[in-house]
Design a binder for this molecule. Structure first.
Ligand SMILES: Nc1ncnc2c1ncn2[C@@H]1O[C@H](COP(=O)(O)OP(=O)(O)OP(=O)(O)O)[C@@H](O)[C@H]1O
Length: 352
């Protein structure tokens, strides 16, 4: 199973961009959750407006689907400025960046997604652009190469990254404001579901929203995606209204369980519990047992299982937590005194 097929994948699907755009909050006041980020950003933007200048450069870090693109658009809207959207992988040469920077209007917001994936020369050009609103365009090669300075209008860079720690410190330090986006609380996701349901004109009762929010893995993008699938089910199999029963039945069809685990997650956890007594077991052995690539288990399934406290990565291998046994409705085996006291247990057979 590839991660693209998963309903609970936090990355955007190419065919859902239009519907996502329709569901984006347009103003800071409409943006749900992230209270600290909202409060701080509100101050940054108000102060910039009061000064009649451009806002400081903003760095947003956080997992996919938490609202970084949405916030960058809100920053532009609140500043009454246009926005240009690009991404690190799209800027492979310093010249690509120079072309973008030199065509910015005064006050424009430049959103640079996956900023940690920019090429090194482009990154170095960005340092100067951020600090002095100037770039040196190198013309020619070798000893004859000349640097032509190019003045830029003041602009606001909004950089987004999944982990701020991936950025080189000189780049990180050039942002005036850095915000870390957290996963959302279930109550916040309920609000996201209600807001999106209203925009999609689908009736959702409060319990229906609770059911969807609880399976959305702390991520608004997933909440919106699950809502759309539940809406389909409600229209085809029920009277169009999303109740708790309708949401639960719909998400059972899509194999997303009450905690947001899908088939792959449960296969990993199920193998760990049923075949290896809860571990420790090595990643490769676990992957073979599930019939998946090692990378799929490690990068697609495990992060959420670890975050949920269902699985632990230990130096001796993968270990299920008591919550994992409870979640799959299984009873952990009685520990022998030897393995309970830290003896080799299963590790001798299946060590990492
Ligand atoms: N705080 C929020 N309130 C309401 N809806 C939100 C919020 N945050 C995100 N969304 C919705 O979730 C979807 C994904 O948000 P967005 O594209 O901004 O995430 P992202 O962090 O930029 O993801 P990626 O890193 O993959 O680009 C959008 O449709 C947006 O409407």
């Amino acid at each position: 199973m590839s991660s693209e097929e998963r309903l609970v994948d936090a990355e955007v699907d190419s065919d859902e961009q239009a519907v996502e755009a329709a569901l984006r909050p347009k103003q800071l006041g409409e943006f749900i959750g992230q209270p600290k980020v909202r409060e701080q950003l509100d101050l940054v933007l108000r102060a910039a407006r009061a000064r009649g200048g451009t806002a400081d450069h903003v760095l947003l870090s956080g997992a996919p689907g938490l609202g970084k693109t949405t916030l960058s658009m809100i920053i532009a809207a609140e500043m009454g400025a246009p926005i240009r959207i690009t991404s690190g992988p799209a800027i492979q040469h310093a010249g690509d960046l120079a072309a973008i920077l030199s065509s910015l209007q005064e006050g424009e917001v430049l959103f640079l997604d996956e900023i940690h994936r920019m090429s090194r020369p482009a990154e170095e050009m960005l340092y100067m652009a951020m600090e002095d609103f100037r770039v040196d365009v190198i013309v020619g090669k070798g000893p004859g190469a000349t640097a032509i300075p190019l003045e830029l209008p003041p602009f606001t860079l909004v950089g987004a990254t999944t982990r701020a720690g991936l950025l080189p410190p000189p780049l990180r330090d050039r942002f005036g404001f850095t915000a870390h986006m957290e996963f959302y609380e279930p109550e916040e996701l309920e609000q996201v579901v209600h807001r999106s349901a209203e925009l999609l004109e689908v009736r959702t009762d409060p319990e229906g929203a609770v059911e969807i929010a609880g399976r959305s893995r702390g991520t608004p993008r997933i909440a919106n995606r699950l809502l759309r699938r539940v809406r389909d089910y409600a229209q085809v199999k029920a009277d169009g209204v999303i109740t708790r029963e309708v949401a639960a039945a719909a998400l059972e069809v899509y194999e997303v369980d009450g905690r947001g685990l899908d088939r792959l997650d449960r296969a990993v956890l199920g193998s760990l519990l049923k075949l290896f007594g809860g571990g420790p077991v090595g990643l490769s052995t676990l992957a073979v047992a599930v019939g998946e690539e090692r990378e799929t288990v490690e990068e697609v399934a495990e992060p959420f299982l670890v975050r949920e406290g269902l699985l632990a990565r230990t130096p001796r291998g993968r270990v299920a937590t008591p919550a994992a046994w409870a979640h799959l409705g299984l009873t952990p085996p009685q520990q022998s005194p030897r393995s309970a006291s830290g003896g080799p247990g299963q590790q001798g057979l299946f060590g990492a």
